[in-house]
Design a protein around this ligand. Structure first.
Ligand SMILES: [Zn+2]
Length: 447
């Protein structure tokens, strides 16, 4: 598969599935062939000794809106995957919207793959879309390699990607059950969402209350129980739903949940008037909610952390005097997820092993990519050397996202990606792109 030969890489802080320890990984043809102690002796074309610098498995970001083809002016495969690489993300899973066409048919998946081919700096897999009336497409899309399906229960903001009703969610999940592929759900109940009473951020938050997430999650739990299909809640923002998710799981329902860096880092109290770069749905809630989200991550009620990188053109954000009622919702953060989450996690006593569990292992498992997300024998040699003590200030203009606008502008973060390997080859964003298009199961898309 690869021309990378053999590599021996050592670190005194290797983040392995069972914790952080001294170790060495021997890589042949892009795969990890052997893991041993730090002093492992093995003839290799190249030997890298990181010393005390931690080595993480490459991150898997299972929630990225690339938007190409069709809305490439918002974000595209070349810019998104270069930003991912710079941020230590070696695999992304592209969302079925807001590209045009949306990925709800095999033909649309082919168009997406054709647009991505040859310009991806990291590996890329694809979610299919579940919309009213397209369950007949599911089998074809799964055969063609999508990793699962995404649906909305409320307005997606894109007319060609309408939400499912409760009944449609049930039948869509029933159609998926046998495949084992997950239905991932944007969980806000439209009956609990209102028009904001004014232009302020507080009015926006009040228009999308935690009960909207709760009612939608109850709908998902009931559909999962009915169908037996695996369900996943994307971008959980309402921490008071964590107990509901944990109890459904305890009752045997296949349900998982992710949250996002912005919910763990920011709080509504700090969002200034007009700063619609902070707008996303569900909204960034108040500090007390953020504390509870961290507790839910710590006790395992929330499984993973992924970016929900969802940029748009600056004009759609309406800045500098943004209106939270009309601005496009979505936060740009693909390149920043690792240092953002680490900056807060380390203060709270979490380790790099927790980071790997949330940001590599879980999303790889969710997307059915068995050779991703772990430094383990048989896995792809996707590695990130990460300086956990480096402190630096975010400048949007220095990021590789298509647009520089980010709510993290000026924030000081802790932790910096220093080197990245993809399939055993050290790579930088300036190298010719060597990312592959992946299908569920980890093989090549369309292969
Ligand atoms: Zn999203």
């Amino acid at each position: 598969m690869s021309d990378t030969g053999t590599l021996l890489i050592r670190s005194r802080r290797m983040v392995l599935p069972d914790g952080v320890s001294e170790g060495a990984a021997f890589v042949r043809d892009g795969r990890i062939e052997l893991i041993g102690g730090y002093d492992l002796q093995q003839e290799a074309d190249q030997t890298v000794d990181l010393g005390d610098l931690p080595l993480l498995p490459g991150l898997v970001d299972s929630h990225v809106h690339v938007n190409e083809p069709g809305r490439t002016e918002w974000e595209g495969f070349a810019t998104a995957t270069r930003a991912a690489l710079a941020g230590g993300v070696t695999t992304i899973c592209d969302m079925p919207l807001n590209s045009s066409p949306v990925t709800t048919t095999v033909a649309a998946l082919r168009a997406k793959a054709a647009a991505a081919a040859g310009q991806c700096s990291v590996d890329v897999a694809f979610w299919g879309g579940a919309v009213p009336g397209n369950t007949a497409e599911f089998a074809g899309l799964l055969d063609a390699g999508v990793v699962g399906f995404k649906c909305f229960l409320s307005d997606s903001g894109i007319p060609e990607f309408p939400p499912l009703s409760r009944a449609e969610l049930r039948s869509a999940m029933a159609a998926l059950a046998e495949s084992g592929a997950p239905m991932i759900v944007h969980a806000e109940d439209p009956s609990q969402v209102t028009e904001p009473a004014g232009p302020s951020y507080d009015a926006f938050v009040a228009s999308r209350p935690t009960v909207a997430e709760r009612r939608a999650i109850e709908t998902v739990i009931s559909a999962a129980a009915f169908s037996g299909a695996r369900a996943h809640i994307v971008h959980l923002a309402a921490a008071d739903c964590a107990a509901l998710i944990a109890s459904a799981r305890a009752a045997g329902i296949a349900l998982s949940a992710e949250t996002c860096p912005h919910y763990l880092f920011f709080a509504a109290e700090e969002v200034q008037p007009g700063h619609t770069e902070f707008k996303c749905c569900p909204p960034i809630r108040y500090a007390v909610n953020r504390e509870a989200l961290w507790r839910a991550l710590g006790d395992g009620a929330i499984d993973g952390v992924v970016s929900d990188h969802s940029p748009c053109t600056p004009s759609l954000k309406g800045l500098p005097d943004g209106d939270f009622r009309t601005a496009w919702g979505g936060i740009s953060s693909l390149q920043l997820g690792l240092p953002v989450v680490w900056s807060v996690a380390r203060r709270r006593g979490f380790s790099l092993a927790d980071i790997a569990r949330w940001m590599s292992v879980f999303p790889a498992d969710l997307a059915g990519l068995p050779t991703k997300g772990r430094i383990a024998v048989g896995h792809d040699a996707d590695f990130v050397a990460f300086d956990p003590d480096a402190s630096w200030a975010v400048r949007g203009a220095d990021l590789l996202h298509k647009h520089s606008l980010t709510p993290y502008e000026g924030r000081t973060l802790t932790g910096r990606v220093t080197r990245v390997w993809l399939g055993g080859a050290e790579v930088t964003p300036d190298d010719p792109p060597r990312g592959r298009l992946l299908a569920r199961g980890g093989g090549p898309l369309g292969g």
